[in-house]
Ligand binder design. Sequence first.
Ligand SMILES: C[S@@+](CC[C@H](N)C(=O)[O-])C[C@H]1O[C@@H](n2cnc3c(N)ncnc32)[C@H](O)[C@@H]1O
Length: 275
Amino acid sequence: MIGRSQQDLIKAVLTQAHFSRVKKMLHDYSGIFLAEGKEALVKARLLKRLRRLGLYDFDDYFDYIESDKSGVEFLSLVDVLTTNKTSFFRESQHFDYINDVVMPTINDREVAWWSAGCSSGEEPYTLAMNYLQYKKGRGNLRILATDISSLVLQRAKEGIYSAEHVRDIPDAWLKKYFTRIGVNPEAWQVDDRIASMIKFGRLNLQESWPMKGPFNIIMCRNVMIYFNRDTQQKLIKRFYDLLEPGGHLFLGHSETISGPNPGFVSVRPAAYQKK
Ligand SMILES: C[S@@+](CC[C@H](N)C(=O)[O-])C[C@H]1O[C@@H](n2cnc3c(N)ncnc32)[C@H](O)[C@@H]1O
């Protein structure tokens, strides 16, 4: 049976004014654009915060955010509203392209790659495994992996994944780069060898970036899809400036460079090279 407080929570109404307010707050801060029609999704996600805080009404929730001068609750709101879907070897043609085209140009040179919008870590860990396989365990790669959400970054740093999560990793690689730490339920943890190649950090792509580059690869896949065109174009230019000449930018498969192109050449679907 549902308890009294739970029933009150279910009755909480997210008005159009509430939705517009969330939409503006999220967009101003992160660039994420919430389309009309996402009201039910936003309500379901925000209810998690109301439940956690013991609040039963969205007006009270917004008052709470405003009174929280630490900004912690605002970041929790951003956390619940980001979409963090990811997987190992997602859009695997990009990793094949890296093996076929990028790796032969690197040799033993020290390189830096950036996974921008890395979610829970599957993308940068895939990059690290792929590199080590190619280089037969040696090499000189540093990977920066950033996201706006502290929640997913915490999971990424722990590097612990369920059987469901690791199902796209070839068995031999799983045994080589992970340690089985749980049987029932099955759980696997990334080994130090690949974890030590990656530096995770919180970074909002809309703010200033502390790193100077240059990067040999920037992957920003399935992130810009949530931004409007103007925000996307500004980001593309900033990525261009941080890449070394000949460096590559990888976007998600439904994302492209639209509008002014700072000088990228399209080399594969959603893969671009700085000339
Ligand atoms: C759908 S996931 C994509 C993960 C991975 N790149 C992939 O393709 O599998 C999108 C990620 O972008 C992050 N994100 C959204 N807006 C961001 C911003 N302004 N700055 C940094 N990260 C952002 C989200 O928190 C989320 O983890």
